[in-house]
Design a protein around this ligand. Structure first.
Ligand code: ADP
Length: 446
């Protein structure tokens, strides 16, 4: 279902014209209202009155997370505080939280784009949604909440965590939809199995997962474990919050639509900042086209993805690939660059390992080392009659040694690095407590 068919299907020439017009207005607007941008444009010699729009956009340089920190808390706001209807913060995964603000009109747009996203995910007016994203300063909870109301869903605002209660509500209120981080959806799926809750006791059909990188391996686990169709929702506080892009339930695995009438996307080389060719991976850079309280020009998201403008039957908007990680999640080990999510891809190609893993980078002397901890499947644990795993236990089982060897070889063949593989028993790695889960530990103090 399309929530806003006119905008979601706007022919590309018209969409581009609309973006161009909105961008010119946005540039003039920030120039008049935000000293940070006024000084920046003056420095770059750009006159907003003669700015030519999209074709000149790359001249504007980038806005980075550090700019939010330098102007903390309200330096990037374009309206007086009396016109700010709500404040949020980024979750602070990569340092001090940044503050963002919305006018009443921005909140309307936010709700509409989340409504569009939920409709694309399969949700229909009249359904119930259990919203397990954290409520509070984090944009996830309230962002989904108002979008869901706008679409006409019944919202169960349970927030993240409290697994017992989540499971109770899933059985008592029987929502069709769950919104959560993928790592928390994994926890729910696992607990349902552990507690022998029959899937018939639930009424779930769709899961809308985002706020952190996830893989096809996690998608399979959640889809089977909760008996749902799971789609990706992407967003970030600096630009809006959840609902910047969304995967369509019928087009799973082909990328997430970026709502281009409100955000202009570019992908650039992470070292040079130059645009890359369509389909090539680089850093996603987003420009807001309609924001009032806090318009942002060319925000360096740090998220690595690619864009595809391939024609789709359903919508005209561009799709972005899954986020492989943040540019700053990339590990450089003995000269080889890799994203921990590449390990996840390998996991999904192996039998008998669970989708739970952790990548630990450390330094011995002057040499960097990487160790991958991965859990084996519960079924294999049971088959071997094991409660936990250790190196000694692995030594005693040929099949485990074989599994470990095969995993290490695949890593070496695919990523080009030798990594120590440690097999763990199911349940030995940390689980999400309701929010984002970090699967990387860098102990090198670089
Ligand atoms: P923080 O940057 O402190 O985590 P946010 O809560 O604003 O604060 O999180 C936004 C970031 O979360 C994005 O820049 C991205 O790295 C990550 N993220 C959000 N949604 C997704 C998704 N669907 N897939 C991968 N990463 C995501």
């Amino acid at each position: 279902m399309l929530f806003n068919p006119e905008m979601e299907c706007l022919p590309r020439p018209q969409l581009r014209a609309l973006q161009n017009k909105r961008l010119k207005e946005q540039v003039q607007y920030v120039y008049q209202r935000v000293p940070f941008y006024q000084q920046k444009l003056d420095r770059l010699g750009i006159n907003p009155a003669t700015f030519r729009g999209l074709e000149e956009l790359p001249k504007l340089g980038f806005t980075k997370k550090a700019d939010f920190r330098d102007t903390y808390p309200f330096g990037l706001f374009a309206v007086p505080q009396t016109e700010v209807a709500r404040l949020h913060c980024s979750s602070g995964t990569t340092g001090k939280a940044t503050v963002v603000g919305y006018t009443a009109e921005d909140l309307q747009t936010f709700a509409e784009l989340v409504a569009r996203s939920l409709a694309a995910a399969g949700c229909r007016p009249g359904m119930k949604v259990q919203n397990a994203y954290g409520y509070g300063l984090f944009t996830g909870g309230l962002g989904i909440h108002y979008g869901a109301e706008k679409l006409g869903l019944t919202v169960i605002p349970v927030s993240g965590g409290s697994t017992d209660r989540q499971l109770q509500l899933l059985q008592d209120f029987r929502p069709e939809i769950i919104c959560a981080t993928p790592s928390y959806a994994q926890v729910l799926a696992e607990e349902i199995q552990r507690r022998n809750i029959p899937l018939e006791a639930l009424n779930l059909r769709y899961a809308v997962l985002g706020a952190e990188p996830w893989s096809e391996a996690i998608r399979s686990q959640v889809q089977q474990g909760l008996r749902v169709q799971a789609t990706n929702i992407y967003g970030l506080s600096e630009i809006m919050g959840p609902g910047v892009s969304q995967e369509d339930v019928d087009e799973r695995g082909t990328g997430s639509y970026i709502w281009e009438d409100h955000f202009y996307p570019e992908v650039v080389d992470k070292d040079t900042g130059e645009p890359v060719a369509e389909g090539e991976a680089g850093v996603l850079v987003l420009t807001t086209l309609t924001k009032r309280a806090m318009p942002i020009l060319r925000y360096w998201t740090g998220d690595i993805t690619h864009l595809t403008y391939e024609h789709s039957e359903k919508r005209t908007h561009v799709k972005m690939g899954p986020i492989r990680g943040r540019a700053d999640d990339m590990l450089i080990i003995r000269g080889v660059n890799f994203f921990p999510t590449q390990v996840e891809d390998i996991i999904s190609s192996l039998d008998h390992v669970s989708p739970y893993y952790q990548v630990v980078a450390s330094r011995r002397g002057s040499l960097d080392e990487v160790e991958v901890h991965v859990e084996i499947e519960e079924a294999l644990m049971r088959q071997l009659g094991l409660d936990a795993l250790s190196d000694e236990v692995v030594q005693q089982h040929e099949c485990l040694q074989h599994l470990r060897g095969m995993f290490a070889k695949k890593i070496k063949d695919t990523i080009g690095l030798s990594m120590k593989v440690t097999l763990l028993g199911f349940g030995q790695l940390p689980r999400s407590e309701g929010g984002k889960l970090s699967r990387v530990k860098d102990l090198r103090n670089l």
